[in-house]
Design a protein around this ligand. Sequence first.
Ligand code: HAM
Length: 412
Amino acid sequence: MSTVQKIKGFADMFSPESDAFTFMEGVGREVFGSYGYTELRTPILERTELFKRSIGDETDVVQKEMYTFDDRKGRSLTMRPEATAGVMRAYIEANVHAQEQVAKLFTFGPMFRYERPQKGRMRQFHQINCECLGPDEPYADAEVILMLMTFLTRIGLTELSLEINSLGCRECRPQYNAALKAFFAGLDAGALCEDCRRRMETNPLRVLDCKVPGCKALTKDAPTIVEHTCAVCTDHHAKVLAVLDRAAIPYVQNVRLVRGLDYYNRTTFEVVSGSIGAQASVAGGGRYDGLIRQLGGPDVPGVGFACGMERLALMLGERTVAQPDFFIAILDPAGLETALMLAQTLRTAGRTGETAFAAKSMKAQMRQAGRKNARKVLIIGGDELANGTVVVKDMASGEQAVVPVADIAAHV
Ligand code: HAM
């Protein structure tokens, strides 16, 4: 009979990838908690309008990548392509701003984008997402970046580069848009892709984010935002960079970093890895003043980021695989119950490990212990059963000792 297979771009996650996820979530909770963040869980399904109004109608995410469908009553729903929009909706709906001047919220979970799957790019992927709502000061941006870099260091990833830019604000962006339009007008528009020919007029910044190679080449000498940012944005950016300098966090200023979502202004940043192939951006974020108001909420500014967990897991590899303390091998079927009880005692004493359920050959059981990566193998044979002892074998050194059952916890 034919079997049912998973959907393209969706994955089952066994160990060690699932271990890496558990590990990242654990470290995330600790690190974000130490900065005053609490967890918010929002639904996976939201009204389609939420994403159109926040991420932006002209973005690839909204135009090409959303899983959108009508429910049984004909309402258009979308499986969240990112977490920020849902967090904003929840913040507005629960009227959080009336209770908290600053709300710091983290979210873990699956996101959905209909992109072409490849290494590090999935249709269902997972983000670790953090948002700091309330402050408009550059110190909030700086703290968010410090927290992201602390988290990445704590999970053991240091070979990463931080790219940063400012996208200006509602005061200075119009001048920049005008400069971009003037630049595009001087190009052979026919050489741009169809989307960009439209975006040139509707949302010129999006042209700079186009992934089509021809568009990338044509826009390589486009004017940069730094030449157009207002005094307030320039000062804001300088203050963010000053904190990074003081914290000795290396960064690269990338004037082409426009990000793929429309809601950003002022600070934008990405963390890029040199070791996981083409899908190199492991985290991205920035400031989005005006987004909450645009969604019908109060005029509360915000800044945040999201990490792609699959990409971080690719970098972590097998580094996070847990190593059990013991594996119990039984050579005499009369020892099966004793083994089970011994394993129970060890787990109560805080050790981790497993026991064989059948007295198979020594070779087969040692192979099983090796596959489990156990630190120690405890061997129970006929002699040991008779004497109330266990042979303890250290798998790294190969050394063996005969230990009374009562003393076993001290040897594992
Ligand atoms: P984003 O840059 O679209 O930002 O996504 C953040 C991260 O999610 C990316 O850097 C990448 O690691 C991961 N990611 C995105 N798409 C995929 C995919 N198809 N497969 C695997 N990983 C992927 C946002 O989503 C913003 N909401 C971040 C943010 C929060 N800005 C402010 N607050």
